[in-house]
Design a protein around this ligand. Structure first.
Ligand code: PDD
Length: 287
């Protein structure tokens, strides 16, 4: 895999990036991030990702990051590596300070790291055709999941449990059984021909792909509803799919070993995959 980084404005191979042990991202997870897909050398939904990054920075009070400059750095790095099918990762930390103290340091310069890496969509494309299995797992995260922070330990443990069960993802549930989202994806379900998803005001990440799919569903005349799905309701749903930057629209055909609907990707999911692909093609056709 080819990966080129940009650390505070300096382009270098990703393996050569060195960050201080005193960096607060490393010590406290005091950092926010974004992951963006690049199709044919062009960042997809870039405005939306940068807007969410701005909101995350504001929410944790990291100030002084020039996002116009950061965006230019991303473009310079894509250009320098001549990336085509790729993705980029941005992480901003509150910077370094000595000694280690929990409260914000008086003076610290945020660290701005970007990298661009080649992305092979082959395995995910296959999963999009066949559908994947998922598990359900307790949602052990904090109460500010709308912030895209690098504090991902609860997500990591849930996703590892999914992998150990031979599954692609973990649907997270609250103590009352309500499903919120997945470890690194949003989810939708289909019931009585309507596409439903957890309300955005709940404690979930406002997924960029989720928002796009909500809009596309409306335009494709598919009824859209926000609501709550509990683990007990799973036997009564017709379809379920995940959305995310690299997953796009990914059908789920099994949950905890039991089939979803007929155990194959359903017609509404297929329709949304189609309109998603069309939206990407229209974006790429623009000058
Ligand atoms: N994950 N929910 C969670 C908890 C996520 O971490 C993500 C993204 C999503 C989907 O959001 P989007 O459509 O904006 O990619 C939902 C990224 C890709 C990651 O952590 O790698």
């Amino acid at each position: 895999m080819r990966a080129l980084a940009n650390l505070n404005g300096q382009i270098m191979p990703l393996e050569e990036v060195k960050v201080s042990a005193l960096d607060r991202g490393f010590l406290f997870g005091d950092a926010v991030y974004e992951v963006v897909r690049i199709y044919q050398g062009r960042p997809w939904l870039e405005d939306e990702h940068f807007q969410r990054l701005a909101r995350s920075l504001e929410a944790i009070r990291i100030h002084g990051v020039d996002l116009v400059r950061l965006r230019r750095r991303v473009h310079d790095t894509i250009e320098a590596g001549q990336f085509r099918e790729a993705m980029f990762y941005i992480q901003i930390t509150r910077g370094t300070s000595m000694p280690r103290r929990h409260a914000f340091p008086k003076q610290a310069t945020p660290l701005e790291l970007v990298w661009v890496e080649d992305y092979d969509d082959g395995p995910t494309a296959e999963s999009r055709r066949s559908g994947v299995g998922v598990i359900t797992h307790p949602d052990l995260r904090w109460h500010r999941c709308g912030i895209k922070s690098t504090n991902l330990l609860a997500n990591v443990l849930a996703n590892q449990a999914a992998h150990e069960a031979g599954c692609a993802e973990a649907l997270l549930y609250l103590p009352d059984g309500t499903l919120t989202e997945a470890s690194h994806s949003s989810f939708f379900w289909v019931q009585h021909d309507a596409v439903c998803t957890t309300p955005g005001r709940d404690n979930i990440l406002p997924g960029i792909t989720r928002a796009l799919v909500l809009g596309l569903a409306g335009r494709a005349n598919v009824t859209v509803r926000e609501g709550h799905l509990r683990r007990d309701d799973l036997p009564r749903i017709d379809e379920l799919f995940l959305t995310g930057t690299t997953s796009e629209v990914l059908p789920v055909v099994q949950i905890d070993g039991k089939p979803v609907g007929r155990g194959e990707p359903g017609p509404v999911t297929r329709k949304l995959q189609e309109v998603y692909g069309q939206a990407v093609r229209e974006f790429l056709a623009r000058p």
